[in-house]
Write a new protein. Structure first.
Length: 367
């Protein structure tokens, strides 16, 4: 079976695809899996390590927020150019099925699949579907969504839509004690993982400003800072000597390190992207969700849905001040408080998401 996975830009579009690809390989070791991505995304950096052949279209897989007219026009032209590129790619490769994880790159991928009569499955991970997926979903052979609420809204309603949950990276075989030892977490010390997705989050850094020394008296912190590592290392050097080892800034975590960090963590402070929240749910990990305010509202909708079930603490971006963070972390220093949130999150887990999608792709390929 030959499969093309189209998706990129951010981890929210890549990691679910990785999970499905690994499940397909487990079921069909000889499956050929190819990846279709775009410009400006992180797929160029992450795909080589996964071993999947990557083809990049002219279109960006990551739109720039606040882009001016000229940049928007260039992206639109690149999008149009990408449609015949994708058509030629599918005609040359002749895949049995195409799986799209959404995002801007889904537009040329799904149009090309329709034009070449390639069976396709489009998946939406957010409660509030992104614009690209809303536009292109009618062209897909089949549809899947992470949240049941999404399936009640056009264009996902009106025909059968599979509710799968979000495919997440595998945590099988990860030992919590070993993971905590790897990061040097002291016995009995709660670990706070701060993770903003694929990009640096200055808002998180500002919230830590002035209270980091106080927090480190209780918490050990792993802070994923992307391109803010130099500043974070400078902050670390200014800490009291006995606390420096408790603050671990990292640009990114690779090669299974992120899975280790999630397994080791007692609390996650992060954005409210679909994959970030889904991984917290899969692990029963308590979290503080801070929706990115310029994501068209879909991150807030994700966080609201999880918070309504008691599975996260929702704080709007503008409200994440040092004082607010101090208050929340004081409450969540209590293991019982974290356990309540973690249990509520775990109640929403759908551990077979990747398997459901893989089986659907196999059925489409067999048509």
């Amino acid at each position: 079976m030959r499969v093309v996975i189209a998706g990129g830009g951010t981890g929210g579009h890549l990691f679910p695809g990785f999970a499905v690809a690994r499940t397909l390989r487990q079921q069909h070791p000889d499956a050929e899996i190819h990846w279709l991505g775009g410009q400006r995304g992180i797929e160029r950096e992450l795909l080589p390590a996964e071993g999947y052949p990557l083809t990049l279209l002219a279109a960006p897989s990551l739109r720039m927020s606040g882009a001016g007219f000229a940049a928007t026009l260039r992206d639109a032209i690149a999008l149009v150019v990408s449609i015949p590129q994708a058509v030629r790619y599918l005609l040359r490769l002749r895949p049995d099925v195409l799986f799209s994880t959404g995002g801007y790159i889904a537009i040329p991928a799904l149009i090309a699949a329709a034009l070449t009569r390639t069976p396709s499955l489009i998946w939406e991970g957010n409660v509030q579907a992104g614009r690209s997926n809303r536009l292109i979903a009618p062209l897909a052979s089949a549809r899947a969504v992470a949240w049941a609420a999404t399936a009640t809204k056009a264009p996902w309603s009106g025909r059968e839509t599979l509710v799968t949950g979000t495919p997440v990276r595998s945590f099988a075989g990860r030992d919590r004690s070993a993971a905590r030892a790897r990061f040097g977490v002291a016995e009995g010390t709660p670990l706070l993982l701060i993770f903003g997705g694929s990009q640096r989050v200055v808002r998180f850094e500002r919230a830590l400003s002035g209270i980091l020394t106080e927090l480190l008296a209780t918490w050990q912190i792993i802070h994923i800072v992307a391109d803010g590592l130099e500043e974070a290392e400078s902050t670390k050097r200014q800490l009291p000597a006995d606390l420096q080892s408790r603050y671990l800034p990292q640009a990114f975590l690779h090669g299974g390190e992120m899975e280790e960090a999630l397994v080791a963590a007692d609390l996650l402070l992060g954005r409210a992207g679909a994959s970030t929240l889904a991984e917290a749910v899969a692990l029963g990990l308590a979290s503080i969700a801070v929706p990115y305010p310029y994501a068209g509202g879909h991150q807030r909708a994700n966080a609201e849905a999880l918070a309504a079930a008691g599975g996260t603490v929702l704080i709007d971006d503008a409200d994440l001040t040092p004082e607010r963070l101090r208050q929340e972390l004081k409450v969540l220093a209590d293991p019982a408080a974290r356990q309540r949130i973690g249990r509520a999150a775990a109640s929403l887990a759908q551990p077979n998401a990747a398997l459901q999608i893989a089986e659907t792709l196999q059925r489409l390929a067999a048509r």
